[in-house]
Design a protein around this ligand. Structure first.
Ligand code: RIB
Length: 311
């Protein structure tokens, strides 16, 4: 899918992440003491855009921010990272907010309040049709209204632009949407939702159940267990993970998607793109925060080279 310098276009959420670190995640009804607090730019859409931009690929974002101070900071951050934010609108009200707890073992739990992300509508897609047409690949997620994602999928199908859907957070999706997606990239929790908890954890079976829903290509992100690739054209492949000391797993999936799209745009095969993306995701979990944790191209290439030479 090498497509010259066509940009990656991300249609998705932009959040401010309010992150408390804790020794462990609290149980329901429990109050525990935090060990630290940080504010980072986040949101699955913006994270994926920044991931691609840090890897040196041209990327533009379509989304919405509130007219609050978070909105100003988040826009400035996208611009500083080299993301073309000219199709990010500002809307009266609050920007998207994510309250995140990160435990000492790197695991997290997240509550999102959509704010302006809930106002990304089909009209935003139509208003930016030329940008979408110009894209080599479009990335989206489920932190904007599903009706908008459905319309985007129709538009991408009509215009012949491949769409990567990160089905996060998992939600019921129409057969029409699933069949319009080029790459479907759930993690294991999300995949379990879409295969209706059929009791299997075997990646081949999970992927096959997803392919049976008329999804063309599945990229199953399994964290330390690696990545399983499956396509209706018969591809079945598993890519190993890169062992790292996890500090914060927030946005590892976003690092993966931004890097996967970048690698595909650079003309790599699906397997090599998944390997490149797994390396980017591994590096991201070694650092705190969503966007601050995204690696550069040279860091990813060094990790890939180190792992090849140690095999
Ligand atoms: O995928 C991680 C992201 O999920 C965080 O940055 C947070 O904003 C939520 O959207």
């Amino acid at each position: 899918m090498a497509a010259g310098n066509k940009p990656i276009v991300v249609v998705g959420s932009i959040n401010i992440d309010l992150v408390s670190t804790t020794a462990r995640l609290p149980k329901e009804g429990e109050t525990i003491e935090g060990t630290g607090f940080q504010i980072h730019p986040g949101g699955k859409g913006a994270n994926q855009a920044v991931a691609a931009a840090r890897l040196g690929y041209p990327v533009a974002m379509i989304g919405r921010l509130g007219d609050d101070t978070f909105g100003n900071d988040l826009r400035a951050n996208l611009e500083r990272e080299g993301v073309d934010a000219s199709a990010v609108a500002t809307t009266p009200g609050s920007s998207g907010v994510a309250n995140i707890l990160v435990a000492a073992n790197g695991e997290n739990c997240i509550v999102i309040t959509a704010g302006a992300n809930a106002l990304v509508t089909t009209a935003d897609i139509d208003a930016n049709i030329d940008l979408i047409r110009s894209a080599g690949i479009v990335l989206t997620q489920l932190e904007i209204p599903i009706a908008t994602v459905e319309h985007l999928a129709e538009v991408c199908k009509r215009e012949g632009v491949p769409l990567v859907l990160d089905p996060a957070p998992a939600a019921t999706l129409s057969p029409a949407l699933l069949s319009s997606v080029e790459w479907f990239t759930p993690n294991e929790t999300e995949a379990a939702f879409f295969v209706e908890h059929n009791g299997t954890t075997e990646p081949n079976e999970t992927a096959q159940t997803l392919l049976n829903k008329n999804i063309r290509n599945v990229v199953l992100k399994m964290g330390p267990r690696g990545v399983f690739l499956a396509s209706t054209d018969g591809l079945r492949d598993q890519v190993p993970s890169f062992p790292v000391q996890a500090v914060d797993t927030t946005a590892a999936g976003d690092a993966f998607n931004g890097a996967f799209a970048t690698a595909m745009m650079l003309g790599k095969s699906a397997r090599d793109s998944a390997l490149f993306a797994a390396a980017a995701a591994a590096l991201s979990v070694t650092r705190a925060g969503a966007q601050p944790s995204m690696p550069s191209r040279s860091e990813v290439e060094e990790l890939l080279a180190r792992s090849t030479s140690s095999n």
